[in-house]
Design a protein around this ligand. Structure first.
Ligand SMILES: [Zn+2]
Length: 427
């Protein structure tokens, strides 16, 4: 028997509409009644949470852990440590590994490796198409049996609408949501930055907003046609927000997520050709950022995530158009979202922010977590919403350093992360 009591924190548990200063009890790795603590005969650990928020363990449903195949960028072990340091107790990993996660044995390998090496819960997704090549369907039934929580070709996008339709129909049969990286290859071509003022000025190939919106529209049509949920990953453009808003108001099973860099930065950042601003989809214009903030405020965009995309220094330190897309995000996203959404722009309160990191992804992916209900796994994040800190990439747990936020001053940070009642990270 082990018992812990987290004393005097502000417990925010949106799943149970709970927001009160109270002690939280943990017995044998699960949330318990406070009376169970009083009956304990063995020693009780105490954690002082005065002036802290006690939240359900945060979930990041869009993370690239790079294993198998690219362990020089990140491993399941180092990525999980980065997650814990960022306040995350569950991370959902994307299938664009090598081999790709398009078959049950790769899924089994990821789950085994996570059980051995990861200090947080690692949940795999499976590919939509074989080799994420967009040509033949992956074995969706076997992937579901192997334990994936969703299907996605993230990093790539199925261009053939008929193939996508069949994927959504099979996904519906096995009860898995479909997540989509929305990119029309014909419209985007070799675009590397948002098509607009800065791409023209710098002479870099443009990635037009329409290249995202065309696929968001396709997904809305297929969600309606197949009566099944499609979730649009890393939404960036005002047009996408408008399309999703309109479809949701008609009850279409469509949703969208936002990454912190897409609201913290605009395409103006690319003018120094720093490849840490090269992201797919790209940083967009100020009106797009305003539309994303509006979409977060009115509930059109319901999930926050990082799109944590590690790359080694030698891969990013090349010419802008030759560098790989993506930045790491697990250790900065909570601070950025708290700072920008809650403190600076005041678009949502902290209760909604926690809900977007817990209840919303847990509901979409049918995860066992995201709540502090009695009996739930004791995955808990302690947050100091007012802690002012400076991002230092040299102190990151991630194996990679490709972040544009080094030196940023942020307000709000996780100070302790607990998985199954055990502290896996502490500031
Ligand atoms: Zn993506």
């Amino acid at each position: 028997m082990s018992a812990t009591v987290i004393r005097n924190g502000r417990v925010i548990d949106p799943a149970n509409k709970r927001d009160e200063v109270v002690d939280l009890a943990v017995v044998d790795g699960r949330i318990a009644e406070r009376s169970q603590i009083r009956d304990q005969k063995s020693e009780i650990d105490e954690i002082d949470a005065t002036n802290l928020i006690v939240a359900p363990g945060l979930i990041d449903m869009h993370v690239h852990l790079r294993e198998p195949g690219f362990g020089h960028k990140e491993t399941i072990e180092s990525g999980a440590r980065a997650a814990a340091a960022g306040g995350f107790t569950t991370i959902v990993c994307m299938p664009n590994t090598s081999p790709g996660a398009d078959n049950p044995s790769t899924i089994a390998w990821i789950r085994d490796r996570a059980a051995e090496a990861a200090c947080v819960n690692v949940v795999p997704t499976g590919a939509i198409s074989v080799g994420l090549a967009g040509e033949d369907l992956a074995p969706i039934g076997s992937l579901a049996k192997a334990g994936v929580v969703a299907l996605t070709d993230d990093g790539r996008c199925v261009q053939n609408h008929e193939l996508m339709r069949r994927a959504v129909e099979y996904a519906r049969m096995v009860g898995l949501p479909v997540l989509d990286h929305c990119q029309d290859y014909n419209l985007v071509g070799d675009g590397v930055v948002h098509e607009g003022y800065w791409s023209t000025l710098l002479g870099l190939p443009g990635w037009p907003s329409a290249g995202e919106e065309a696929i968001v529209m396709r997904n809305i049509l297929l969600a309606e046609c197949c009566d099944h949920h499609i979730h649009c990953q890393h939404v960036t453009s005002a047009g996408s927000v408008r399309l999703i808003h309109e479809a949701r108001s008609r009850g279409v099973k469509i949703s969208g997520e936002v990454c912190p860099h897409h609201i913290a930065l605009t395409d103006e950042a690319i003018q120094n050709f720093d490849t840490n601003y090269k992201i797919n989809p790209p940083l967009r214009s100020k009106p797009d950022v305003d539309a994303l903030l509006e979409g977060i405020a009115d509930g059109t965009l319901s999930i926050l995530c990082s799109d944590h995309a590690p790359h080694a220094g030698f891969e990013k330190e090349v010419e802008f158009d030759r560098a790989p897309f993506g930045i790491i995000g697990l250790e900065t996203e909570l601070g950025l979202f708290l700072d920008l959404l809650v403190h600076k722009h005041r678009r949502i309160d902290i209760v909604r922010l926690i809900e977007m990191f817990t209840v919303e992804p847990a509901k979409l992916l049918k995860l066992d977590g995201g709540t502090l209900s009695v009996g739930a796994p004791a995955d808990v994040t302690l947050i100091d919403p007012n802690l002012e800190w400076t991002v230092r990439i040299d102190n990151f747990q991630s194996a990679s350093r490709n972040s544009p936020f080094d030196g940023w001053k942020l307000k709000g940070r996780a100070v302790r992360t607990m998985v199954g009642g055990k502290t896996v990270w502490k500031l």
